[in-house]
Design a protein around this ligand. Structure first.
Ligand SMILES: [Fe+2]
Length: 310
């Protein structure tokens, strides 16, 4: 299957307005254009859909992250993976169907709901909603209002780290079917592994954690073009008294310098800079555990706790 990258993510949250303030004022994301709106709306209505959903943008796409109101368990509502066009979407859905997974073409209303030109729907073995799409709505002249610049383009919007109660089934789905390749993995306990998969030059687009019998989401990562942007976001987090779940540090695998902060709905957000890229000649690595420095608080127990909430 020919997937280009992670295009967008939708989360469920009890209070999208709390997320709006967090995403805009703390993380430094900008409010996007709700699918169906004909323009970026002025302040009081900016970034909101008619149902109270909140949309953020970080580049010329009209939105990348959606927060949907939900009274149930917060967490991932869907992930959108981009394909190049209608032929690739058709081929992908045919492959999914042949492999026994749900595979359905979306209609015009479903395209409009995501501001894309074509869309299809499936599920991973954990039951997570996966959307395949092409032709996102973009607009020109995006400049971040807080001086942040997020690395996207051929690397997609960032990465997402998920739990997999049935790791082997999920690994097979993402690698054999969707075309992801293992970048590297750590052991974090007996028979507990954290596994990182790439689909483009970004070190990993999807992480699959085999640490607990849960299928939640741990974090979504946004990568900045300058380390000062990470530091400035860190300052905003500290000034606002948000819960830092992992202090500033550098991972030994993707070498990103980052911190993790708890969002209002429990899912964590990683803001980082300086991750390595992987190329076609990359071979998977089995990494010794740990960070080069920092990331205090990122323990297997804390990771699992977030996954049970989000
Ligand atoms: Fe991460």
């Amino acid at each position: 299957m020919d997937i280009l990258g992670l295009g967008y993510v939708g989360l469920d949250a009890p209070d999208p307005e709390a997320w709006l303030a967090f995403g805009r004022d703390i993380l430094g994301l900008d409010l996007g254009r709700a699918p169906g709106a004909d323009a970026y709306l002025p302040d009081e209505t900016a970034g909101r859909g008619a149902d109270g959903s909140v949309y953020f943008r970080i580049d010329d796409w009209t939105w990348r992250l959606a927060i949907h109101p939900s009274q149930g368990q917060p967490g991932l509502r869907y992930m959108g993976f981009e394909v190049a066009g209608p032929q690739q979407l058709e081929a992908a859905l045919a492959e999914l169907e042949a492999a026994g997974f749900p595979a359905r073409h979306g209609d015009a209303a479903e395209c409009a709901a995501r501001a894309v030109s074509g869309i299809g729907f499936t599920q991973d073995p954990a039951g997570r909603a996966i959307e395949l799409f092409y032709g996102p709505l973009v607009t020109n002249n995006y400049r971040n209002s807080r001086g942040m610049e997020f690395l996207t383009g051929d690397m997609g919007m960032g990465h997402i780290n998920l739990f997999a109660s049935d790791y082997e089934a999920n690994r097979d789905f993402y690698t054999r079917l969707l075309g992801f390749r293992l970048t590297d993995y750590y052991h974090v306990g007996p028979d507990q592994t954290v596994n990182f998969f790439h689909i483009n030059p970004r070190h990993h687009t999807v992480g699959l954690m085999k640490v607990a019998p849960i299928d939640g989401v741990h974090h979504v990562m946004f990568e900045c073009s300058d380390i000062d942007m990470v530091g400035q976001a860190y300052d905003r987090v500290l000034a606002a008294g948000c819960k830092v779940t992992a202090s500033l540090g550098r991972h030994s695998n993707d070498r990103i310098i980052s911190f993790y902060v708890e969002s209002p709905s429990g899912v964590e957000v990683e803001i980082g800079w300086g991750a390595i890229k992987v190329g076609p000649g990359w071979t998977p690595k089995y990494r010794g555990p740990g960070d080069i420095w920092g990331h205090h608080g990122l323990t297997a127990e804390n990771i699992e706790q977030t996954g049970r909430r989000a």
